[in-house]
Design a protein around this ligand. Sequence first.
Ligand code: ADP
Ligand code: MG
Length: 356
Amino acid sequence: MATIGLKNLRHSYMPKPLAPEDYALKEIDLEWQDGGAYALLGPSGCGKSTLLNIISGLVTPSEGRIEFDGHDVTALPPDQRNIAQVFQFPVIYDTMTVYDNLAFPLRNRGVGKAEIDARVREITAMLELDDMLTRRASGLPPDAKQKISMGRGLVRNDVNVIMFDEPLTVIDPHLKWKLRSKLKELHHKVRATMIYVTHDQTEALTFADQVVVMDDGVIVQIGTPVDLFERPAHTFVGHFIGSPGMNVIPCQIENGRAVVDGVPVATENAPGEKSGRMEVGVRPEFVTLAAEGIPARIIRVADTGRHRIVETELSGVKVHAVIGEGASIPEGSAHLAFDPARTRVYADGWLVGGSH
Ligand code: ADP
Ligand code: MG
């Protein structure tokens, strides 16, 4: 096991990158603690796989370095980094049995027969593959193959980190939640550092203690699932996480206060002297329909059974409110009020007063 440090990392797939948009990874500084359960969450194309491949050594970064326990490993090939990487699609030996697929990485490293047997049986039991140990992998359904692929990553106990790159893509929806909780359980048992890559917020939030949120080649926030929900460091995080996501509403700053459509809005953070694109962020859970507030037009109401999601519009901006089953919803127009403790000002996307 090891602590993994990424220092001033940048990567471009172009031979002569010039502008920031030429970089798939713009500037990454990050420390993954030994034994942690991390998720790397971001939309497709934001650079997640590039970052994993740099950690495992499949890709050499254009700039910066990678350290394991403080030792520079940037120039080391993948097989000398002791990393297990599980890909989106199964990587297994079709002609081997399930048992041999898992035993193979251990035999390769000269592990003794008894220890191999114990490890293989432990991991296959956890993944519920133990009733098919003697079957050839080729005849198995895709989700069983992917479980074998995951098992091959989990079976080694000499690895610095186990990385999963969108591993549940080929898994049936009804098995997804099961495997997801399995992985969490496995992390508790195996205690290896795990990095789980996904574009799915539910997968990230249920698996990880710490979630690293990426957008467009940069890390926008690192935090616990609660941090990301309660105090988004960037409007992207607020919008990406939550269902529906955080409302992001353009505002003016007048006399040190946020003003939306001429109505002053009390916020948890002071807008200060910031200039740039100013916005107010508030999650739908903290928006109420009140007697006074910002005038808005009600567009539609969706009943989820537990609460209603009211979609409103003010000056061309959609604002959602989550309203309890008991409360009444006026027809046509309403006034919106925001909980001041949960309403924040953002400048150019970043939380004013945050660490950025
Ligand atoms: P993610 O895994 O988050 O979907 P990737 O790391 O695969 O994102 O891709 C990040 C960016 O780098 C994307 O714009 C993608 O098109 C580009 N990219 C990825 N791999 C290559 C490659 N081998 N050659 C050129 N561009 C690539
Ligand atoms: Mg990817």
